[in-house]
Ligand binder design. Structure first.
Ligand code: NDP
Length: 391
């Protein structure tokens, strides 16, 4: 029985709080804290057992330390924004508590994915005898576990990995993002990047695409992006020659995005407006629908997985591991659309792995560094059943 402190009462925080509450034998006491107390209280009303709520500005390490001291959690789950990662990691180091997040640190003034800031905490976490688990959502998260599983059970050598992410849902809005609009638009407007034969190859944003036949959905066009799990997987999957990440976007979505970019609304450098500085992308975020509100009208499915090519028992093998989720079913269970659901369930499972001691080491780790089997079993158990298909 353990105590958790969840920081961030957004669309993912809502799912994490509800899924943790469904597992009382592990998550004995749950505290949900965020920048605005009212958001925590709104979520607390949906959770089927009492949880505590608190207000915190997680950019301020001292506030997080004070919160930890008063609630005494065994684990801090960070589902606020990537900007807060380092401030929260400093707080858990000071208090001697374990840490888990779903997205790598980014500085607000530079859109760039890299683990170097968080990996730099490894020695300090090891010396303090605490653990950090980085990127325990779906991608990163489940995709890393799929890779560890393929390496352990399905291949003697993995030569290439294509991580494929398809959201075929329709929410009825002309343009909306499925998670925090600021973080999402920063991600997809960065240059694309993939890894081949030991080096990174950079391409113009959204300049390469390919059609994949997604199970239960059909053929959809997906665009090459850089995604953070590629950086850790090239370290931990042995013998790999290539890794790429692909995400589907509709033509309509891309047209809106292009227009917003052309008029400067996706910029992250402040501009002067009516006597004050504003960041155009933050202004745009204020105009766009809250991803947490999309679930009510969302129809359709998501399919996220990994396509592996390599050798197994001296024969070439091509295999896909994937999950298909349904927006409506997720909404009926926790009042959230499938993108928040597929992120929040693995967050709870990662936390469960740590709190039950199944995954336990001192230092900073990515998910593929642990035994994938108990995590894969829990995906089936807690709402994200996975499939395996020979291609
Ligand atoms: P939201 O914007 O909906 O939620 C973020 C929450 O964090 C909001 O409640 C926000 O408060 C709160 N917050 C922001 N800044 C602070 C702060 N300084 N102190 C305290 N609370 C703060 O985002 P999502 O729920 O969509 O995403 C949450 C995280 O999940 C993000 O880091 C995102 O990158 C990650 N993610 C990971 C995925 C994966 O598969 N690995 C997929 C999707 C998302 P307020 O309500 O006041 O704005």
């Amino acid at each position: 029985m353990a105590k958790v402190l969840i920081i961030g009462a957004g669309s993912v925080g809502n799912v994490v709080a509800q899924k943790c509450a469904q597992v009382p034998e592990v998550f004995d006491q749950i505290t949900l804290a965020s920048r605005r107390l009212a958001k925590c209280e709104g979520i607390a009303q949906r959770v089927k057992r009492p949880i505590r709520t608190a207000q915190v500005d997680a950019d301020d390490t001292r506030q997080v330390v004070a919160l930890i001291e008063s609630h005494k959690p065994d684990l801090v789950i960070n589902v606020a924004l990537p900007y807060q990662d380092l401030a929260i990691m400093d707080a858990v180091l000071s208090s001697g508590v374990d840490y888990l997040d779903t997205a790598n640190y980014e500085s607000p003034d530079r859109a760039r994915f890299e683990y170097k800031w968080q990996w730099a905490y490894h020695e300090r976490f090891a010396r303090r005898d605490i653990m950090a688990l980085l990127g325990s959502g779906f991608d990163p998260g489940v995709t890393n576990v799929f890779c560890a599983y393929a390496q352990k059970h399905c291949f003697d050598e993995i030569h290439s990995i294509d991580i494929v992410d398809c959201n075929d849902g329709d929410h009825g809005h002309p343009f909306a993002t499925n998670f925090n609009p600021e973080i999402n638009i920063r991600e997809i407007t960065q240059p694309g990047k993939y890894w081949q034969e030991g080096r990174w190859i950079e391409i113009d944003p959204l300049s390469q695409s390919q059609t994949f036949d997604f199970p239960e959905i059909g053929p959809r066009r997906a665009y090459l992006l850089f995604h953070e799990e590629e950086e850790s997987l090239v370290r931990h999957i042995h013998g790999l020659k290539q890794i790429r990440f692909w995400m589907t976007f509709s033509e309509d979505y891309l047209t809106h995005l292009r227009v917003l970019q052309n008029v400067g609304l996706t910029g992250i450098a402040p501009i002067r407006f009516e006597g004050r500085d504003i960041v155009p992308l933050r202004f745009l975020k204020a105009l766009l629908p809250d991803p947490g509100s999309l679930g009510e009208t969302y129809q359709g499915k998501t399919c996220i997985g990994c396509i592996f090519k390599g050798l197994y028992r001296d024969k070439p093998r091509k295999l896909m591991l994937y999950n298909v989720s349904d927006h409506r079913r997720c909404f009926e269970e926790v009042g959230a659309q499938a993108v928040s659901y597929t992120t929040g369930v693995p967050t709870m499972i990662g936390a469960k792995m740590m709190l039950t001691g199944v995954w336990k080491r001192a230092g900073v780790f990515n998910l593929e560094q642990f035994d994938p089997d108990p995590f894969m079993a829990d995906l089936n158990r807690y709402g994200l059943p996975w499939e395996q298909r020979e291609l």
